[in-house]
Write a protein that binds this ligand. Structure first.
Ligand code: GAL
Length: 746
């Protein structure tokens, strides 16, 4: 029926360890190495089955992409691999599960054993959520139950891999396929789930994926990181079965900085599993029940443009807002949204009072009307990219927007709801206008829904023909796109770069002018619209947009490549790449080191995950971004945001520094080994100071000695904790990657 050309090599893996392999794969005593497969372009789900006549299929080397071995690139196309493999009985201590370890697949894949799907990476364009690229990490480990997939030991079985290529290299690349029986202990995992609800707890969970029962000792220690004291110690014998995880909940006080360590020792084989986690701690004081204005006292708009401005007021609901001397043409709804427009340029100052059953608060507020008044303070809100990537949909946007209101973030000034790449339809309409794809059934409906709630809407495009995610770009249709944005009611445009690089290549045009030109073109069409559209420039690729963004009337521009949720990236993007850039930032023209990576993120690559930054690193991230007068665009799914993250993003004194009306970005003002001091002057004459420990060990510091001023400080305030520091509190420890945030008055 088929050519049996695949040689199943049983190798002693210990002798030829592959650098890319995970330890548990490298440790198995015998595994099957497969470097050749049968191959066919096209897509047919029946090709997953065991009994398919594949005698006419071609042969392929799985260690190289298909386009490197005579096959066409086949962009936006599918191809299948079929591997016939004889799996013999193994010498490991379990025979219920095999692992199919496949190398990097460019760009998305699904893997089947004898017709049963056992895993996949990314998402296929044919799926409900649409296309998303697979994990960038090269390897995939898919597990198959021997019974569930009908594996016959000692006989022929079929592994089928469905691959989708979006562009560039196609299919499996970089390594062989490996098949092996993992050890029973490989099915065990120890996880710590730090859960931040109104009551904080850390769940210690032991999971056993395989059928062999594990008995052993679980030990848990909760340690106060500031004093070193052991606050809780638990020792327990447990028995862990497949499908029944062992869970031990450890409640803790979120006002204390704790570390939790859990150790599980399997009694039979003596294998030890250990996990340590810094637990979430909350520094922001509770929100008072009385009304409090949390927004900057200013908003900018062009003459005649529609005003939609939601006052950010925290406090118990119901609450009523009323204005006194509100300028003509503008009204304040009871919910606290300013609507209307003002014809003539000028500053319009009035008072707004918010009142509830517990009390009231009044703010002096100025609407600045003028052609150059957009973006008086850095925009605050949400963007879909860091969580949903290209799988963004109308439903997901609404869920985050609703949560922005329900969880109180809108009461702290987060008001933009921005979609990133992935909304565009492939084809333009006959008149050249752009359309949203099927994931956005009604763009106008979505935007109206947001505006009714006083929120604003942002969209994404690129000056090139296609976006970075390979969707429709604006090249040649800038005028139509700007008009469409106005028709829909768009308030923010993130204008990226990506394929515009092709135009520069085509024209062999490499100066700054070649960057400025496409941005200026869109700027002219945007500014012709009778509404304000915040213009955020996103080019990368060494084009140094901060040097010329101002000439395109950009309201903000990226000053770093894409952020990721790990310390190395946050350190590079936030610290190293922002040094010396404060001179390019000014009111209405902000530097943007990219969006926030707190909460649950994932870029549309499968399940969302909790940010990999530790709580200390998250405090550092937010402290630095507020000092940098950066756009504050939350990158996680707000619907799934926990209490810790809400408190991290909703500290009114921290956010007030970001929104300070002087609009001066912080500089690196002092560096002493691992300790970096970033500071900025504030409108009230004080300075904001971030004291960061960017090293890999804790440091004792004297905060007073680090204040970058010749004047003597009268009040040194801890901004996160919102309390003035006494002399004896100024000598303190800053944990690695942690910080202290000060406001210093003279
Ligand atoms: C990148 C950009 C990201 C995101 C992505 C969309 O160039 O930096 O923030 O917008 O494109 O494809």
């Amino acid at each position: 029926m088929k050519k049996l050309f695949i040689v199943a090599l049983i190798t002693l893996v210990g002798l030829q360890a592959n650098a890319q392999e995970r330890d548990w794969a490298a440790e198995v005593s015998d595994k099957i190495t497969i470097s050749k497969a049968l191959f066919k372009m096209g897509d047919d789900m029946t090709w997953a089955n065991r009994d398919v006549d594949d005698s006419s299929w071609g042969e392929i080397d799985v260690t190289k992409c298909w386009n490197e071995q005579g096959y066409p690139a086949h962009n936006n196309g599918f191809a299948w691999y079929r591997i016939h493999v004889n799996i013999p009985k193994s010498s490991t201590d379990q025979q219920n599960v095999i692992v199919v370890n496949i190398p990097k697949v460019d760009d998305a894949d699904e893997c089947f054993v004898n017709g049963k799907r056992i895993g996949g990476s990314g998402s296929m364009p044919t799926s409900k959520d649409g296309y998303a690229t697979g994990v960038f990490a090269p390897e995939r480990y898919y597990e198959a139950g021997v019974k569930e997939t009908g594996i016959r030991l000692g006989e022929d079985n079929v592994i089928a891999i469905r691959a989708y290529n979006r562009g560039g290299g196609g299919g499996m690349c970089e390594d062989s396929v490996y098949v092996f029986f993992p050890k029973a202990a490989d099915g065990l995992s120890l996880r710590l789930n730090d859960i931040s609800e109104s009551q904080h707890r850390c769940d210690v969970e032991i999971v056993n994926k395989y059928a062999t029962i594990s008995n052993g000792l679980l030990e848990i220690k909760l340690i106060d990181r500031e004093t070193g004291a052991v606050a809780k110690s638990i020792k327990k014998m447990v028995s862990v079965k497949r499908g029944k995880p062992t869970v031990v909940s450890v409640p803790y006080d979120s006002n204390v900085m704790y570390q939790l360590t859990a150790t599980y020792t399997d009694e039979k084989i003596g294998e030890v599993f250990e996990e340590t986690r810094q637990l979430k701690y909350i520094l922001t004081p509770p929100t008072p029940e009385t009304p409090r204005f949390n927004n900057a006292p200013v908003f900018g708009v062009r003459p005649g443009s529609p005003i939609i401005y939601r006052f950010a007021v925290s406090g118990e609901r119901p609450m009523k807002l009323r204005g006194n001397n509100i300028p003509e043409g503008v009204e304040l709804t009871e919910e606290g949204v300013l609507i209307g427009s003002i014809k003539n340029a000028g500053d319009y100052t009035f008072t707004v009072t918010a009142e509830n059953a517990k009390g009231k608060d009044t703010q002096f507020f100025t609407i600045k009307v003028g052609a150059d008044k957009i973006g008086q303070t850095p925009p605050m809100g949400w963007n879909s990219w860091n969580c949903w990537g290209l799988s963004v949909s109308q439903e997901k946007v609404i869920a985050s927007a609703q949560a922005l209101i329900d969880k109180g973030l809108a009461d702290y000034g987060y008001s933009y709801v921005n979609i990133d790449d992935g909304w565009e339809a492939d084809e333009r309409n006959a008149d050249g206008s752009v359309e949203a794809n099927e994931k956005f059934p009604s763009m106008k409906g979505l935007i109206d829904w947001l505006h009714e709630r006083g929120l604003k809407f942002g969209i994404y495009s690129t000056p090139g023909a296609t976006t970075c995610g390979n969707y429709t770009g604006s090249l040649g249709y800038e005028k139509e796109d700007a008009a469409k944005y106005n028709e829909w009611g768009v308030d923010y445009l993130k204008y990226d770069w990506c394929s515009y690089e092709d135009e520069r290549h085509k024209n062999n045009d490499w100066g700054y002018a070649s960057c400025i030109r496409p941005y200026l073109l869109m700027q002219q069409y945007l500014r012709q619209q009778p509404r304000d559209i915040f213009y955020s420039l996103g080019p990368l690729g060494g084009t140094e947009v901060h040097l010329w963004g101002l000439y395109c009337d950009g309201d903000s521009w990226r000053t770093a490549p894409d952020i990721e949720d790990d310390w190395a990236t946050v350190y590079r993007v936030g610290f190293r790449l922002q040094e010396g850039k404060s001179q390019y930032s000014s009111v209405g023209h902000w530097n943007d080191p990219d969006m926030l990576v707190v909460g649950k993120v994932g870029w549309g690559r499968g399940e969302l995950r909790e940010t990999r930054l530790t709580p200390d690193e998250q405090y550092t991230h937010i402290t630095l971004w507020t000092l940098l007068a950066s756009n504050m665009l939350i990158g996680c799914d707000i619907a799934q945001m926990d209490d810790f993250t809400v408190k991290l993003l909703c500290n009114n004194e921290v956010n007030a520094i970001n929104q300070d009306v002087l609009g001066k970005q912080a500089d690196l003002t002092k560096k002493d080994g691992d300790i970096e001091i970033w500071s900025r002057p504030l409108a009230d004459g004080s300075i904001a100071v971030g004291v960061f420990n960017v090293g890999d060990v804790d440091h004792e510091v004297d905060l007073k000695a680090l204040i970058p001023s010749d004047k003597s400080a009268k009040v040194i305030r801890d901004v996160w904790r919102q309390k003035n520091l006494a002399d004896e509190e100024l000598k303190c420890n800053i944990p690695l990657h942690g910080c202290r945030y000060l406001k210093v008055a003279f």
